[in-house]
Design a protein around this ligand. Structure first.
Ligand code: NAP
Length: 481
């Protein structure tokens, strides 16, 4: 009866359309973000600000938030972790719910999510490491930077990793910033590291480390090195460590300087300055040796690694091309650091195995049969999975710093907001969100309990926090037991 009167009233005022619009505006727009790392939190921050009536669930497979900020950023870079303060503000907004310990692909599927939310944003990052696919890559003492970083940063499951640090030389294959992080942590003094949130077991192992020499091997030349100037400066200033370059690697480099863009020019000038100042009889305890134009072709050893065989490369059109000449360099431990790759956690996703990320255009996930280069379909509904998006390393591949991830996620979040505003994502009916009854999930308050306990343990040791590493312990603390 009441309903009939309302309709009549509306018809009388001639505002039926207005009425439909305003009733749909009151339906809460439910959005699920999978992955509580930087990509997920930045997207949530943007959506909260730009989409009224939105309610966001941020789901992570771990009981703790912050993804790569907690488990990837080096412990001696605390300033990079300050973004956690912004993420915390987002998580504590009444329109946001953090749900930890729930895993896409294990606890629920993408299709289930799409049925329960108006929009789903996948930001679960890149957690596998790329392989070289060379003989003996699985030999003892060949590890990956991913494992090493996960170990010192306390990612659950890596606490017993225990790399063999009993030899003199570590060879890192790859010259990105992850490789630099590993080199710096291994060559840093334990007295400095113990003021950071590095895990206690890693600190203990590093205090017994015999590694004095770290080789950082790249397949191309100094002008193509992937590390950035801040990371290089840190290495050059590292106390008790001497950086030694190979003179031959710098042929034609000074000549190229005038043509370089500013950031490349500055880092190249720094390398050249360091090269010109290098001492022939280094007196330091540790040594850092960047080596260029070498592609690893074989790990040599029987039980454990003894050396790595490389082809010597020339640079042709910016690519490393083997000359046919070889060089073997002895080592006690090898760490592969040639980039990360995402995993496909759901068979229904359009996943590009070659690139190691979800097939998407500007964050919209492409329909299963389509690829990003498919230009023939214009219609959004035919081309993209409705209401399904991706951002961060899962969408772009594993490149860029946190700022790049922020820009990418803000862009995708903007697209999501526009798709709601333009009715590309329709909000005709209420959506329930994930059903949590009977599941052991961790809420934001649960995380706060873990955080408090970590800080307390850290204070006892004179460090910012001592991370809880075991999943069962995290869950126990989150439940207040
Ligand atoms: P990255 O910067 O892409 O570096 C990968 C390195 O591996 C490059 O030197 C690359 O050489 C080499 N490589 C790749 N495939 C190879 C192969 N088959 N054989 C030999 N070498 C190979 O990756 P990342 O170090 O894993 O870092 C990922 C992203 O995180 C980067 O954007 C990085 O800047 C960022 N990050 C930033 C920080 C920081 O800001 N402090 C810390 C860690 C990571 P080519 O160049 O020849 O391909």
């Amino acid at each position: 009866m009441q309903h009939t009167t309302q309709v009549l009233k509306l018809l009388k005022t001639g505002s039926r359309l207005q009425r439909v619009a305003s009733s749909s505006a009151t339906v809460q727009k439910r959005i699920c973000i999978i992955g509580a790392g930087p990509a997920g939190f930045y997207a949530a921050q943007y959506i909260l600000k730009h989409l009224d009536d939105s309610q966001i669930d941020i789901v992570d497979k771990l009981p703790v938030p912050f993804g790569l900020v907690r488990f990837g950023v080096a412990p001696d870079h605390p300033e990079v972790k300050n973004v956690i303060n912004t993420f915390t503000k987002t998580a504590e907004n009444s329109r946001v719910r953090f749900i930890g310990n729930l895993s896409l692909g294990t606890d629920f599927t993408v299709e289930e999510l799409r049925a329960k939310y108006h929009a789903v944003l996948l930001t679960y990052g890149a957690e596998k490491d790329r392989k070289l696919n060379i003989p003996n890559e699985t030999l003892r003492n060949v590890i990956s930077a991913r494992e090493f970083v996960a170990w010192y940063n306390g990612l659950p499951g890596f606490e017993n990793f225990s790399p063999d640090l009993s030899g003199n030389t570590l060879t890192i294959l790859g010259q990105g910033n992850v490789a630099m992080d590993v080199a710096r942590i291994v060559l840093s003094s334990v007295d400095e590291l113990k003021k950071t949130d590095i895990t206690e077991y890693a600190l203990e192992a590093l205090s017994r480390s015999k590694i004095k020499k770290v080789l950082l091997v790249g397949r191309r030349g100094p002008l193509q090195a992937a590390f950035t100037i801040k990371e290089l400066r840190e290495m050059l200033k590292l106390p008790n460590c001497c950086t030694t370059w190979r003179m031959n690697d710098f042929r034609n480099v000074a000549e190229a300087l005038p043509e370089l863009q500013r950031p490349k020019k500055r880092i190249t000038e720094l390398m050249l300055k360091s090269l010109s100042e290098q001492s022939t009889s280094p007196s330091s305890v540790g040594s850092f040796l960047p080596i260029f134009y070498r592609s690893p072709v074989k790990v040599i050893g029987s039980d454990r690694v003894h050396s790595v065989e490389y082809t010597i490369n020339n640079l042709v059109d910016n690519r490393a091309v083997p000359t046919g000449q070889k060089e073997s360099i002895e080592t006690d431990l090898v760490c592969r650091s040639i980039g990360y790759i995402s995993t496909n956690v759901d068979k229904d996703l359009n996943f590009d195995d070659h690139k190691g990320c979800i097939s998407n255009v500007a964050g919209r996930v492409l329909k299963k049969s389509l690829t990003g280069s498919d230009q023939t379909i214009d219609d959004i509904e035919d081309k993209f999975e409705k209401g399904l998006y991706t951002s961060g390393w899962l969408a772009t591949g594993p490149t860029g710093v946190i700022l790049s991830t922020m820009n990418n996620s803000f862009g995708v979040a903007d697209l999501i907001c526009k798709d709601f505003h333009n009715n590309v994502v329709r909000v005709t009916e209420a959506k329930p969100g994930l059903e949590l009854a009977g599941r052991q999930v961790v809420s934001w308050n649960g995380w706060k309990a873990i955080d408090k306990e970590e800080r307390r343990r850290g204070a006892d040791r004179g460090k910012p926090r001592e991370k809880v590493v075991r999943l069962d312990e995290m869950l126990r603390i989150a439940e207040g037991k």
